[in-house]
Design a protein around this ligand. Sequence first.
Ligand SMILES: *Cc1c(COP(=O)(O)O)cnc(C)c1O
Length: 368
Amino acid sequence: MASTEPAATHRLSRRPLVARVDTAALAHNLALARQAAPGVRLLAVVKANAYGHGLARAARALRGADGFAVLSLDEAALLRAEGYTHPIVLLEGFFHPDELPEIARLRLRPVIHRADQAEILTRARLPHRVDVFVKLNTGMNRLGLPPKRLTETLTLLRACGHVGAITLMTHFAAADETGDGVERQLERFHAATDGLDLPTSLANSAALLRHPAAHGDWARPGIMLYGASPFAGEDGESLGLLPTMTLESRLIATQFTRKGEGVGYGPAFVAERDIQVGVVACGYADGYPRHAGTGTPILVDGRLTRTLGRVSMDMLAVDLSPIPNAHVGSPVTLWGAGLPVERVAAAAGTIAYELLTALAPRVPVEET
Ligand SMILES: *Cc1c(COP(=O)(O)O)cnc(C)c1O
């Protein structure tokens, strides 16, 4: 299969920042999803450039899945061009009727989440039958038919000659929370669908890991495949997941900074004593979160330390006090192996999903 990602080895620049994607770890995490949901078919969610890992690369590592789930027709077309014959689900269906012929031609499975989409689909003239996922709103209140419209929508879809297999789908708003979790939504789903004898697609990573009653026939794991935990305050490692993206760089300068002096832009950090500061080639234009304030965990020479001051566009500063031997060229891990991305995300007031998907195109990716 042809790779669509540029080869990182042909760069001119030797800027030391690189994202290493561990394809064996992706495969390991998929295997763990299988163990957690035996007998359930897995749609590997590879939207958002496979959560920042590179769609073609991640698909190769996850080809043991039973299907893929993507956002856009372009992503699906790329997977077909790479030769995958798996079922491919379009998570938000079609955005415009013009997409339907290509959806049919590529044998994609659009999600039908509004009643008018069912009408548009049944009126379209298509070269093939189209299998669909019909999505119910059971409490997320984002996408999905109201349960009371399900029967008429199914009747409409079945009456037209070109709708094939139908899978019923819903999405949980709080599968990652303790407390109610998925129960209320699951009850509504069953109330609307029991007796229909159609396959179901319910679980995201959190439901797959915590709510066996909500597995359904086709689970849709995303974040767990990328080694991160969907649960706040718990990292992927404790769930048996392996980190799949390690963002690495090096020190490109050190500065002996006197007590009372600042570091970087603004007064965000002022040295309380004389301090050795390291400057790392990584900034917010690379996808590192600008909201990560002083104290965000970071590894230098494999040792845990903290960031200092504001993250700049291309650089950030670190406290070298715990690593007196660090020097220009010392390796830095921003997140990944040895430093869960969830911890960096928490320090920046966000979630691992955002950091992974925000990896900037300018960061070269190397496969390990
Ligand atoms: C993104 C997405 C998923 C994957 O969710 P994770 O929390 O990453 O496992 C599953 N289902 C739908 C509808 C999604 O949009």
